[in-house]
Design a binder for this molecule. Structure first.
Ligand code: PEP
Length: 249
């Protein structure tokens, strides 16, 4: 049985003052939810604050992006080793906002994924289709291309102990959640695709759902056989809501 993981994606939100209360509340709340893993992916400047306030608790912390190379003349970028220096356990790669606004290709996302893993950080690989792609009937083809780019570059072994997040773009920040049946169908597709390479890796793969998960829809989504938790955007900024989602895990 796979353990549930609930990961927060704060995106570009927060301040030192606001984060303090949120981190402390999540830390305190998770002490009574021992059966679920929890991580918060914060903006880079707040990693020391997350580390300071969460160290020694069950709550892990991470970042929302990473550079694919180890070091060098890449002004403004952050390497996986730097994230490791601040105790990151997880990093999101290939979020749809990065793919859409910064032109990140599936190949680049795969490189970032492998760079994180090499540094001992668990990457959370985001995949998912736009509304247009869903309506065109190409959801599976889109998700397959995003997943296959990693398998081609790193081999299926890269997915051992890794995390994939299925995030339909039309459900992110829109209040429109995929139905549990819609999400389950894509999660099952992802697991089967990995199983076609290695069934053991597939059965251990943690596949999160992301897209307008709230306290009132989390339990139904998390009850589906191939949904192993959630990647939570907006609701991860509100401690009570986020903890209620964790409790549903
Ligand atoms: C996200 O940013 O990954 C996300 C799922 O956002 P939201 O929960 O706000 O839809």
């Amino acid at each position: 049985m796979r353990r549930k993981l609930v990961a927060g994606n704060w995106k570009m939100n927060g301040s030192l003052a606001q984060n303090a209360g949120l981190l402390d509340a999540v830390r305190g709340g998770m002490a009574s939810i021992p059966n679920v893993d929890c991580a918060v992916c914060v903006p880079f400047p707040y990693l020391p604050q997350a580390q300071q306030r969460l160290a020694g608790s069950s709550v892990k912390w991470g970042a929302q992006d990473v550079h694919q190379l180890e070091k060098g003349a890449f002004t403004g970028e952050v390497s996986a080793a730097m994230l490791r220096d601040f105790g990151c356990s997880h990093v999101i790669v290939g979020h749809s906002e990065r793919r859409a606004y910064y032109g990140e290709s599936s190949r680049l996302v795969a490189e970032k994924f492998l760079a994180a893993q090499k540094a001992g950080i668990t990457p959370i690989l985001c995949v998912g289709e736009t509304l247009e792609q869903r309506e065109n009937g190409t959801t599976e083809a889109v998700v397959a291309e995003q997943l296959d780019a990693l398998i081609q570059l790193g081999g299926v072994g890269a997915l051992r102990n890794a995390v994939v997040a299925y995030e339909p773009v039309w459900a992110i920040g829109t209040g429109k959640t995929a139905s549990s049946a819609q999400a389950q169908a894509v999660h099952a597709f992802i697991r089967q695709r990995v199983a076609s390479h290695d069934s053991q890796i597939a059965s251990g793969l943690c596949i999160l759902y992301g897209g307008s998960v709230k306290a009132n829809n989390a339990a139904e989504l998390f009850a589906m056989p191939d949904i192993d938790g959630g990647l939570i955007g907006g609701a991860s900024l509100v401690a009570d809501e986020f903890l209620a989602i964790c409790r549903a895990g």
